[in-house]
Design a protein around this ligand. Structure first.
Ligand SMILES: [Zn+2]
Length: 329
């Protein structure tokens, strides 16, 4: 049975929820579509993840304007993926002055931002419906440098004061990419995780560092957050619920990578690796949003990493289709 490529058959609009989690923190979620977070201070507002297009970002801005007239000054890119970053120009048009990303994310935009943009536009036609409103790649104006957490170094950290609320940003370690940044409002114990954490939605790992990801999740667990805005899936409130999202993501990542290692050790080809992985993943995760979209990309990456390819191979629109024809056709 042949499946429509990636999310090309997923054209029904999602219901958006804009929900207050704490005195200053809000979640903009959409039934498994990419989420954004909003932190509203007495002087400034920060948005964590820009949405896929300026047209889509305008909806988020309209929601913000229902609750605050303060300027949106900061846009954080939790990582380089197009569905997260290409809406950024809408905030700049509204007066935002800083687009923040980690050094790792900046390097990935340089290395593969253009290929990723083309590839994601083909994967998610619904999210990129207004692609003509995108002026080009999104480049950070402020880059968080500093040590590499995966080498035991202290990661660089940026703190901004929005007026009555401070937001800390740093890269807790490799995971969904090697540049993921979180936003943490310590006083209110709210975590904006980007795609490092998902809940009841596909965990895309096509560009991931699977070996290190579980340790990064443990670093997030140690924050003892009382609320989380995951990359996809509903916002979770209460530490037990936060841990449920961390557990969900960890189980996905560990199951996938274990299957990849088993397939590589048994000298399976990629198609056999896919079948092997399905046996473990389908019963647990087969029902969640964008599972069938994510799985072939995830298996490809798990198999590569198990074979010793440390830096994920760049996905192009052409490589996407070739892989899909081999694994999902
Ligand atoms: Zn992502």
């Amino acid at each position: 049975m042949s499946k429509a490529f990636a999310s090309q058959a997923d054209l029904a609009d999602k219901k958006i929820t804009f929900e207050q989690l704490s005195p200053h923190c809000w979640a903009y979620t959409a039934e498994g579509d990419p989420n954004s977070g909003v932190i509203i201070g007495e002087r400034f507002i920060m948005v964590s993840d820009a949405t896929a297009t300026p047209a889509m970002a305008k909806d988020l801005i309209a929601r913000i304007r229902e609750v605050s007239d303060k300027p949106i000054k900061y846009v954080l890119l939790t990582h380089y993926h197009a569905v997260r970053v290409l809406g950024a120009s809408a905030y700049v048009a509204e007066g935002a002055t800083e687009v923040i990303a980690s050094q790792g994310t900046y390097e990935l935009i340089v290395e593969r931002g253009a290929e990723d943009m083309q590839s994601e536009m083909d994967r998610f036609p619904r999210l990129f419906r207004n692609a003509e409103s995108i002026p080009g790649l999104t480049w950070p104006t402020m880059v968080i440098g500093g040590g590499d957490a995966t080498k035991g170094e202290v990661p660089g950290r940026l703190t901004v004061d929005l007026g009555g609320v401070r937001v800390q940003m740093w890269s807790p370690g490799y995971g969904h990419t090697r540049g993921d940044t979180i936003a943490w409002v310590e006083e209110e114990k709210v975590l904006f995780s980007g795609d490092l954490v998902e809940f009841e939605a596909g965990v895309y790992t096509g560009d991931a560092q699977l070996e290190e990801w579980p340790a990064t999740l443990e670093a997030l667990r140690a924050l003892k957050a009382e609320a989380i805005v995951p990359g996809r899936g509903e916002a979770m409130k209460g530490n037990a619920q936060v841990n449920k999202a961390l557990d969900y993501t960890q189980r996905w990542v560990e199951t996938l990578y274990r299957c990849g290692r088993e397939a590589a050790a048994a000298n399976m080809d990629l198609k056999a690796a896919m079948e092997h992985t399905r046996k473990a993943m389908d019963p647990v995760f087969g029902h969640v949003f964008i599972y069938e979209h994510c799985l072939p990309f995830d298996v490809s990456r798990a198999y590569d990493e198990a074979k010793g390819i440390k830096n994920p191979r760049i996905w192009t629109a052409e490589r996407d289709k070739e892989m899909w024809a081999a694994l999902q056709a």
